[in-house]
Ligand binder design. Structure first.
Ligand SMILES: NC(=O)c1ccc[n+]([C@@H]2O[C@H](COP(=O)([O-])OP(=O)(O)OC[C@H]3O[C@@H](n4cnc5c(N)ncnc54)[C@H](OP(=O)(O)O)[C@@H]3O)[C@@H](O)[C@H]2O)c1
Length: 260
């Protein structure tokens, strides 16, 4: 299916690794010019090369999205260079293993830090990208939440922040003026995704037998998801074919989650 994204301009926050990287590459493969931002300069450069390899223009910016000044610099640089932006993927997030299982022993700062990384950053990018999308009369904002935002059970600060991301997108999706300018606002809620060189990958390598039992007990498909499987859905939401999809929270978890 041709998603009709050729010639569009996108920003993927945290696009240098994991789900963000897969989304950046998927959009580039559809003909989208893609900017990414992240903290590690080498990884940013590697992914920009992969984006360019798809025959589109990649733009890499080194930034820490928990710093408002960096959000301002990233967005103003992209808009300065390209003059337009059609797609924003609020991907940076995390903090699901921050703090401790004992809520009372977890500092209140952790709640704030996780909220800032997942929610405040997404607000900052979205607010700066909206005016340029409205000028184009076309826009897609997709925020990467989690099934933890749709049901209780994980660390509370992470679940709360992921729920807030879903609410943020839904709340903008009902604003007539924004939506009638051709902009849609959606979130996706992945289940556990196997990302090379992160926690789950290490657990699997440390004790493959125990890990296999955990997977068989908890995942209907008998396996975890991949970043590319999340990216396929996100690329579709960004397309014009998905123009009626607005305010949705789309679960991408192979049936792992328990909420309806
Ligand atoms: N993996 C899962 O199982 C899973 C499941 C559900 C939802 N999610 C959500 O999916 C999103 C991506 O997770 P992931 O697992 O793909 O993460 P990941 O593999 O660790 O990649 C995170 C990306 O964000 C960048 N990043 C992290 N902190 C940053 C900061 N402060 N400023 C700028 N860039 C930053 C990283 O680069 P640098 O470190 O170089 O900055 C990297 O490019 C998150 O919102 C997460 O909550 C993940």
């Amino acid at each position: 299916m041709n998603l009709g994204l050729s010639g569009k301009y996108a920003l993927v926050t945290g696009g240098s690794h994991g789900i963000g990287r897969a989304i950046a590459i998927a959009l580039a493969a559809e003909g989208c010019n893609v900017a990414i931002c992240a903290r590690n300069v080498e990884r940013v450069a590697e992914v920009v090369e992969e984006i360019n390899g798809q025959g589109v223009t990649g733009l890499g910016l080194v930034a820490d999205v928990t710093k408002p000044r960096d959000i301002e610099r990233v967005t103003s640089t992209i808009i300065g260079v390209w003059g337009k932006l059609h797609i924003l993927i609020n991907n940076v997030g995390g903090g699901g293993s921050w703090g401790s299982d004992d809520v009372e022993k977890t500092s209140e700062n952790v709640w704030k830090e996780v909220y800032d990384k997942n929610v405040t950053a997404a607000i900052g990018f979205t607010m700066r990208c909206l005016p340029v999308m409205r000028k184009e009369k076309w826009g897609r904002v997709v925020t990467i939440s989690s099934i933890c935002g749709r049901e209780a059970g994980g660390r509370p600060w992470y679940s709360m922040a992921k729920s807030a991301q879903i609410s943020f997108m839904k709340s903008l999706a009902v604003k007539h003026d924004l939506v009638r300018d051709g902009i849609t606002f959606n979130s996706v809620a992945p289940g556990q995704i196997m990302i090379p060189d992160t926690g789950l990958d290490k657990k699997q390598k440390e004790n493959p037998e125990e890990f296999n039992k955990f997977v068989m007990d908890n995942f209907p498909l008998g396996r975890l998801g991949s970043p590319e499987e999340v990216a396929n859905v996100v690329a579709f939401i960004c397309s014009d074919k998905a123009r009626l999809v607005n305010g949705a929270s789309i679960v991408i978890d192979g049936g792992q989650g328990k909420s309806l």
